[in-house]
Ligand binder design. Structure first.
Ligand SMILES: [Zn+2]
Length: 113
């Protein structure tokens, strides 16, 4: 016996779906659909503070003063950052800021221009 919970029918919302090979079938409306890939396999989407989707090469502005670890420099609110690169990690934007150099930013502290 498995504990696997099958997703409900996307058409009528029935929870009585069952598996038939690679497909799921809804007994109530006869809708057939395929199982969604697990979310971890889905491509990650980076969003800025407003929820806009970010992409490599975008220009963003910093929405709050950010202290830089191990230095006295501060990235001021409103600083424009060009040509960002999205990466995995705690600081999920890799970028180069004039006068400061290469650094990591968090998507939650930037806004797409
Ligand atoms: Zn259905």
């Amino acid at each position: 016996m498995t504990d696997q919970t099958l997703p409900p029918c996307p058409q009528c919302g029935s929870i009585y779906t069952y598996e038939d090979g690679a497909l799921l079938i809804c007994p109530e409306c006869a809708h057939e659909f395929s199982v969604q890939a697990p979310s971890e396999a889905a491509e990650r989407v980076w969003r800025d503070a407003n929820g806009s989707v970010l992409a490599d090469g975008d220009t963003v502005t910093v929405i709050k003063d950010l202290k830089i670890k191990g230095s006295s420099s501060v990235v001021k609110v409103g600083t424009k950052v060009k040509n960002i690169r999205l990466v995995e990690g705690d600081h999920d934007i890799d970028c180069r800021i004039d006068g400061i150099g290469q650094m990591g930013l968090k998507t939650e502290f930037v806004k797409k221009v």
